[in-house]
Write a new protein. Structure first.
Length: 571
């Protein structure tokens, strides 16, 4: 099968495009091809914007741009193109394909002039009708109509068009036509796909970019595209990666793809953390209204609330099995309950508890062993809730032996300087293979304090400088390993700070504060890591690593002076 990008065809795509998508996907002779579907062209040669239905990149041959018309009739006369019952079209599909091809060529030349040596051609497809009309505006072999599609593999048709196009270029002494295998090597084709794909395949950032320095969309790395392809090919996949490797972005995009393609009619996205769950619920509602998302315990409570007694909430095992048990009883007794047909779990390392896995088994069609799901997690560095009670290996062995695994190791959240802090002070091992964001020349700041007042003064100075640099109060979050007695709580009751700070999400233009436990899975433009007085166990080290990795642009680290030796030994 060809490598299709995106790997699923939207449910609302025209029937002709769906047909070509399936034919390319299932054609064994297109195994090393790359196919871009619905490529948006922001810079079109003749129009403000345009679109290429298919861009087929064929190693050793070249690139074919295909315009698809799904109409059952297609007629050309002096007035123009009559496609089905649509209004008359003066341009027509051949001109549309040609213009899209030239737009792509110009874009590629702007990136790398050597891309000009690639053979590029265009064609028009009428997969639902036979197109017999002739014109000097196109060659007969540029037509891919119903009769051709039903009589030959699509890969053979496309290869034939590119070969005939190459022959015309060769007759005109165009140098690239004389050695297409070299100019269209597999490496060159991969480079073309990499140059084009960021222009159209982007995922909405589920965490949000809340300041001028951030973009509204978060482009995905090549590693992440491969991960999404992996999710499409395997029904059960575990994605593991360190903090900052884009797991939540991928979780959201995996859910979106299944929903918009119609592959999943009743999907869901869950996590363990309440703050992250609220954020996922908000973000999902914006792009996939009606799709269930949020933190799992909150969903279980809604299911089980009619079965909970007044004293259940005070039971020490309420969140350690009692709530899940009540929810299971409610689901089993509900004749109208419809299991989810696809589940995505973010921060999945926090959900590997037997009672939660029992619920997931019940609420997923086919269960964890045979159902369709994706898990995203940091199963080592951020396992602060389950603490290794059931790791990834044991989960696979006991619950889903057929699950596939995929490793993410590129940091696409933090700046290079912050990433270095995460690797050194956070003791990330192995380190990131690559850091996507460049160095913004703003190094993290490390301060040591000896008293509460000392830490307050240092934090206040850091905050004021960030505000002076243009950050908003709502961009800033203070994180602490403590609940009671944290710096944020102290500042909230300080007359000088009253009204300026509140529990995250503080809103109203205020600075936020949170425990590191509660903020796990989220991020902020400016992060202050506060209140660390010791680093003598794995839990403290994990919390420190998590806190460091939340910062997008500015990071302030405030440690007790007793930790100076820890820093010396670490660096």
């Amino acid at each position: 099968m060809a490598r299709l990008i995106p790997s699923t065809c939207p449910e609302k795509a025209p029937p002709g495009e769906k047909l070509l998508f399936r034919r390319l996907r299932d054609d064994p002779d297109a195994a090393d091809w790359i196919v871009l579907h619905s490529l948006d062209l922001a810079r079109h040669v003749n129009n403000v914007a345009g679109e290429a239905d298919f861009v087929v990149i064929v190693p050793e041959l070249g690139i074919l741009v295909v315009e698809v018309k799904s109409h059952k009739t297609a007629v050309v006369d002096d007035d123009g193109w009559h496609l089905g019952h649509d209004p008359v079209d003066l341009r027509g599909p051949f001109k549309q394909a040609s213009e899209a091809m030239h737009s792509i060529r110009e874009y590629l030349l702007g990136i790398d002039s050597s891309f000009g040596s690639l053979v590029m051609w265009s064609a028009a497809s009428f997969p639902r009708c036979d197109f017999r009309q002739k014109s000097p505006e196109w060659h007969d072999w540029q037509v891919i109509d119903r009769s051709r599609i039903t009589s030959a593999p699509l890969s053979r048709i496309i290869a034939g068009i590119l070969s005939k196009g190459r022959a015309i270029l060769e007759s005109r002494n165009v140098s690239c036509a004389r050695d297409p295998a070299r100019h269209a090597s597999r490496e060159r084709c991969d480079a073309v796909a990499g140059a084009l794909r960021p222009r159209f395949e982007v995922a909405l950032s589920p965490k949000g970019r809340r300041k001028e320095l951030d973009e509204d969309l978060l482009s995905l790395t090549e590693e992440q595209f491969t991960a999404l392809d992996q999710a499409a090919l395997n029904p059960r996949v575990i994605f593991s990666g360190p903090a900052g490797s884009g797991k939540t972005v991928l979780a959201m995009e995996a859910l979106r793809r299944k929903a918009v393609s119609g592959e999943a009619r009743n999907p869901a996205l869950f996590c363990f953390n309440k703050l992250l769950g609220n954020d996922l619920f908000k973000r999902t509602g914006q792009i996939l209204p009606g799709v269930q998302s949020g933190h799992l315990d909150g969903w279980l409570y809604e299911i089980a609330k009619d079965r909970l007694s007044p004293g259940d909430r005070d039971d020490p095992d309420f969140f350690n099995g009692l709530l899940a048990s009540r929810a299971i009883d409610a689901l089993l007794d509900d004749p109208g309950f419809k299991p989810f047909d696809f589940i995505v779990l973010d921060e999945a390392q926090d959900l590997l508890k037997p009672h939660l896995l029992d619920v997931l088994d019940l609420m997923l069609e086919g269960g964890l062993a045979a159902g369709r799901w994706c898990m995203f997690g940091d199963f080592v560095g951020q396992d602060i809730f389950c603490k290794g009670s059931m790791g990834m290996e044991r989960f696979i062995e006991e619950r889903s032996p057929s699950a596939s695994r995929f490793l993410l190791n590129t940091n696409c959240r933090n700046t290079r300087a912050i990433s270095e802090y995460i690797v050194t002070l956070g003791k990330l091992d192995p380190p990131y293979a690559r850091v996507l964001r460049p160095d913004d020349r703003m190094d993290p700041e490390l301060e040591f304090w000896s008293s509460d007042q000392d830490q307050i003064a240092q934090a206040a100075d850091f905050v004021e400088r960030c505000l002076a640099d243009g950050f908003k109060p709502s961009d800033i979050v203070l994180l602490s390993p403590k609940g009671k007695g944290s710096l944020g709580r102290k500042l909230e009751s300080d007359p000088a700070w009253r009204g300026r700070i509140g529990a995250f999400p503080a809103g109203d233009g205020r600075i936020g504060y949170s425990t590191i436990h509660g903020f796990k899975g989220l991020e902020a433009p400016v992060v202050l890591v506060t209140d660390f007085e010791k680093m003598d166990d794995s839990t403290q080290q994990s919390l420190f690593y998590i806190g460091l990795s939340r910062a997008l642009h500015r990071l302030g680290v405030f440690l007790h002076e007793d930790l100076k030796q820890f820093v010396r030994d670490t660096i």
